[in-house]
Design a protein around this ligand. Structure first.
Ligand code: DX5
Ligand code: ZN
Length: 230
């Protein structure tokens, strides 16, 4: 995984057909996805349950690009090795998921993976000020985690701008997760984001058997984001 700040679109398979994940991953990649975003939920840290490391392992052969695993689980440390072995490229843990964020981020890097840290909407950017040198990606939640299809929280845009300033020249991605559409993508791209997770806005109108809409949706988000930067 080389680093640059080009706009990357990461479809969240939370909005895919749960009976056909392998085909859905292949379809979004064929239609232009840069990464595939996998939302792991435990029914405890967030009020929803999705899937675990076995699912990540099963999907790995179907994802040629970057497998971006977003852990909405607490406690998280005990499961990091399982997700690393399952084939995740990026492992993101939440600031709010435990008292020892620095240890969690070190553990992810020690497993040879890129370390991500996610911030819930109420969490200030300064919460990660002292761990930035251990981080490869900051995920700004622009909805409260747990469900797809929620509305984008506009108050997060200045938070993105602040994080971009804090990051400076460090090779750290800023990822946006929640409510990303062709309408909201320009706001966060202009504020400094480069990885855009999108679930419903990518998967709407298509299917693995008929994926042209996925491609059109990905292009619309990418073009809107790129236009906001120039
Ligand atoms: C929310 C998840 C998101 C979600 C995004 O808890 O982390 O990745 O799937 O879905 P949309 O794009 O529909 O808001
Ligand atoms: Zn996510």
């Amino acid at each position: 995984m080389s680093f640059d700040r080009r706009i990357r679109i990461a479809p969240s398979i939370l909005a895919a057909d749960f009976a056909d994940f392998g085909a859905e991953c292949r379809a979004v990649e064929a239609e232009g996805a840069d990464w595939v975003h996998v939302d792991v939920m435990d029914g405890h840290f967030v009020p929803n349950i999705t899937f675990g490391p076995q699912m990540v392992k099963a999907l790995r052969p179907h994802v040629k690009t970057v497998m971006d695993v977003h852990l909405m689980i607490a406690p998280v440390d005990a499961y990091l090795a399982a997700f690393a072995e399952a084939g995740a490229d990026v492992i993101t843990a939440h600031v709010e998921a435990g008292p020892h964020l620095d240890r969690t981020l070190q553990a992810i890097r020690d497993l040879g993976k890129k370390a991500g840290v996610a911030l819930n909407p109420a969490t200030p950017p300064e919460a990660i000020g002292w761990v930035l040198d251990r981080v490869d990606l900051v995920c700004v939640m622009t909805v409260n985690p747990g469900f797809g299809g929620q509305g984008f929280i506009g108050a997060m845009v200045p938070k993105v701008r602040r994080l971009r300033e804090m990051i400076g020249d460090r090779p750290i991605h800023i990822e946006i997760d929640g409510g990303v559409t062709a309408e909201t993508a320009p706001l966060v791209a202009a504020a400094g984001a480069d990885v855009l997770v999108a679930g419903s806005a990518v998967f709407k109108g298509g299917s693995a058997a008929s994926p042209a809409a996925y491609g059109a949706n990905i292009r619309a988000i990418r073009e809107a984001a790129e236009a906001a930067r120039s």
